[in-house]
Design a protein around this ligand. Structure first.
Ligand SMILES: [Zn+2]
Ligand SMILES: [Zn+2]
Length: 95
């Protein structure tokens, strides 16, 4: 399972993780846990960005795996265009 980390800085808003709730480090399951039972990769980001990202992901409808990656990519493109989003191969998608 892939785990994408960016040290002590949120890769989306580039603020340092702290213990302040808004900037706490969280892990986003690339494929929603409610549908995929924790399978697939995770990516770290702060609580605020994580909340923003979750708003882009349908709550009740399950999407094809590729769609979750495109939502994530689009999110980073908007938040931090310089972020080098990991190159994906089919193995990552299907993991
Ligand atoms: Zn952030
Ligand atoms: Zn999440």
């Amino acid at each position: 399972m892939m785990r994408y980390r960016n040290g002590n800085i949120c890769p989306a808003c580039l603020t340092l993780y702290t213990n302040v709730i808004e900037h706490q480090k969280t892990e986003h399951h690339i494929y929603p846990k409610r549908f995929f039972k924790g399978r697939g990769g995770k990516i770290e980001m702060c609580r605020t960005c994580h909340n923003e990202l979750e708003k882009l992901i349908p709550q009740k409808t399950q999407l094809a795996k590729e769609r979750y990656w495109s939502i994530l990519k689009r999110f980073f493109k908007k938040k931090n265009p310089k972020y080098k989003f990991p190159q994906l191969n089919m193995k990552d998608i299907n993991n």
